[in-house]
Design a protein around this ligand. Structure first.
Ligand code: PEP
Length: 247
């Protein structure tokens, strides 16, 4: 069975002092985890967390990457810059980027391509809003979002990680039931299988109010290969329990 990935998304939270306490607690409490673990930290803290996590099982992730290679794009971080800090993964197309920063499927595809070109694994986020779910559009929405990254120039979709994050479950405390999540993951897996012989090896993460209490059941679903964890990744005790649930 493939190794699961638990990725924490700190979003725009943290401080030098809080990050140090959190990463030290994770290092001390984690032992040798059965799963891969990553922390998606705000860009200004990449260097700090790189140093704090050195020599541990914690991999570094970023929360976004520029669609441009370099140049006059004030405020942006390029994939090469992320690579300088040994960033292994980058979130691409998180619903908060799609919602508040106008990111389209086209932007998401270009960003994923930039990450891959720099040797960074994109974690491409897909997911429907509540209105889309209620209108019966869940499958069409996630299939459209995934289709945008399935044929990236010169790269195989098996180099990408996909995170299914129903927008209505993010930061709301409303988790998709394991059955609801599995249903969508199965749709995504089938779409991947139609495009790649390596579909069974592509990691499909679930995200949306995953916590210490619900992680084990979600992670037990056949097509859920890990978690993307927001709020609960800021509390060492909770995040450690999620890591422990990912066998
Ligand atoms: C996320 O930001 O990717 C997320 C899943 O957040 P939360 O766990 O807080 O719902």
């Amino acid at each position: 069975m493939m190794k699961k990935l638990i990725a924490g998304n700190w979003k725009m939270n943290g401080s030098l002092a809080a990050n140090e306490a959190l990463v030290r607690a994770l290092r001390d409490g984690m032992g040798a985890p059965a799963c891969d673990v990553a922390l998606a930290v705000p860009a200004p803290y990449l260097a700090q967390v790189q140093a704090l996590a050195a020599g541990s099982a914690l991999a570094l992730a970023a929360q976004d990457v520029s669609q441009h290679e370099s140049g006059a794009y004030t405020g942006e971080c390029s994939a090469a810059m992320l690579r300088d800090f040994a960033v292994r993964y980058v979130l691409v197309g998180h619903s908060e980027r799609r919602q508040y920063h106008g990111e389209t499927d086209v932007h998401v595809a270009v960003k994923a391509q930039r990450a891959l070109a720099a040797g960074i694994t994109p974690i491409v986020c897909v997911g429907e809003t509540l209105a889309e779910r209620e209108a019966g559009q869940t499958e069409a929405v996630v299939r459209r979002q995934l289709a945008a990254v399935i044929h990236l120039n010169g790269h195989c979709i098996s180099e990408v990680i996909v995170a299914y994050e129903p927008v209505w479950a993010i930061g709301t405390g409303k988790t998709a039931t394991p059955e609801q999540a599995q249903e969508v993951h199965a749709v995504l897996r089938a779409q991947l299988a139609a495009a790649s012989p390596h579909a069974a090896k592509i990691r499909l993460l679930y995200g949306g109010s995953m916590n210490a209490a619900n992680a084990a059941q979600l992670l037990a679903q056949p097509d859920i290969d890990g978690g993307l964890v927001g709020g609960a990744s800021l509390k060492a005790v909770d995040f450690l329990q999620i890591i422990a649930a990912a066998q």
